[in-house]
Design a protein around this ligand. Structure first.
Ligand code: ZN
Length: 148
């Protein structure tokens, strides 16, 4: 059962890293954030259209490992249509999950696939990178975010 779950998780991550969703430059964006994870070499740019505290649209571009790409891809799927507060709550839950390794499928759905990265501390930074970037833009910062 556990192995099957692990395999399913790997398939979700592979799928999203090979064909990332919302992978384009959003021309209508009113907020842009860049993230950089020097440990792995991941770079991500997150484009956000925030209106009245709601994420109307979100996309990303970047280069990096499968984990960082898949995390950004699933993140854009999850955050479209969410309020700033909802997005920050998901960020906090995701952060807790990857640092403790306890899956939170009820709240996080597909993002639960990243619970396993907890076993690989260097990978935690890859998974969390796009989230740090978007969290910074939601708080109004537009600087380059580094996981270091
Ligand atoms: Zn990485």
């Amino acid at each position: 059962m556990f192995d099957e779950l692990q395999e399913l998780y790997q398939q979700v991550i592979l799928d999203h890293s090979r064909s990332p969703r919302n992978y384009f430059k959003l021309d209508a964006a009113n907020r842009i954030a860049e993230g950089h994870n020097p440990l792995c070499g991941d770079r991500v740019t997150v484009y956000l259209r925030l209106e009245d505290g709601v994420i109307r649209d979100v996309s990303f571009q970047g280069e990096g490992c499968a984990i960082s790409k898949a995390s950004a891809s699933i993140m854009t799927e999850m955050l479209k249509g969410k309020t700033r507060e909802e997005a920050q709550k998901i960020f906090n839950q995701f952060h807790d999950m990857v640092t403790t390794g306890t899956p939170n499928i009820d709240e996080l759905g597909k993002l639960g696939v990243f619970a396993g990265v907890n076993k690989f501390p260097a990978r935690v930074k890859c998974a969390i990178l796009p989230w740090h970037a978007i969290n910074a833009t939601l708080e109004g910062q537009e600087n380059v975010v580094s996981t270091e």
